[in-house]
Design a protein around this ligand. Sequence first.
Ligand code: PLP
Length: 379
Amino acid sequence: MALIETPARIDALKEATRVAENITRLTPYRPGKPVAEVERELGITGIIKLASNENSLGPSPKAIAAIHDYASKMHVYPDASSFELRNALAAHLDVAPDTLVLGNGSDDIIHLLGVTFLEPGDEVIQGYPSFVRYESAAILNNAPCHLVPLTANWVHDLDAMAERLNKNTRMVFITNPNNPTGTIVSREALERFIAKVPERALIVVDEAYCEYAASSPDFSDALRYVREGENVVALRTFSKIYGLAGLRVGYGVMRPDIANSLHQTREPFNLNLMAQLSAVAALQDQEHVAKTVAMNETGKADFYRAFEEMGLDYTPTYGNFVWFDTGRDSAALFQALLREGVITRTGDVFGAPTYLRVTVGTQTENAKFLNALRKVLAT
Ligand SMILES: *Cc1c(COP(=O)(O)O)cnc(C)c1O
């Protein structure tokens, strides 16, 4: 029987579906376009995606084998404590197992940090442009997020960020290396900043790309500050160098008291069985990691050389992607590159409308991208 749509009922329905004001300010995440979608739209095939900083070598064969091995066990709930992965990671990182919180991607940990620690009136600080999920976590929890512009060289301006610290500051995000710019903060600048942050605030250092930067003498990871007992949370992921983006495994390293608070919020089965066990296998395949780093080093050098030849300004990267100035509207260039079969990421979403971010891929992919770029810049 159909309900009668009286004015009173219409008003009641409006009330029932009214969304909290802060939720209306959340903008849905705009991910890099999937290959299949672009191929459908343009009616072409053979498109390559250099848009989401994935590992073009794919996952470790050992991680794939682990999925096969455990497929017949998927009727059983996963271990809610991710015992095997937690212990494998603790050994690999040389930290205690109780400093680790595993997540359905490091996005999950960012979400947990917000839900667990942010209350209305708390303030969040992050660099800009940087990863967009921090601000979402702040908005979700009614905490204003200060976006502090990077320096002219696209580096986190920790002195400017320090000026935004006050008694309401509850969380600060530093992306190191930064996405989309590939830059890092110096150890000295980071330590000077940490010393200025009030006791009641957490410093979250997002190290999604740290494995690519690890061999650089100027890069210093945040685990040292966790070990020293600082209010520091280091975020890491299996989505980037380990090539498991589709499986969703990330983690945070932090003092056990901070970890315990996140465990109160965390969904017990936030990591599925395949994710846990293939991440263990991926971690054990450091040869695959080394191969990926080597591919990245070669690709970076090829990109730098080509950009110099084309007279394009680029930012030297510590990650597996390069942020460069096309000198023109990069949204139009992005479309032209799409038609040549290459998906990249435009800078307009990061407030830099002449920039593009391109992921370093295999030698074949890089050559295809560079040929396409030369072609579209010539027209
Ligand atoms: C890709 C990325 C992440 C997200 O990683 P997931 O583990 O896939 O959620 C987090 N931070 C930065 C800076 C990234 O680029």
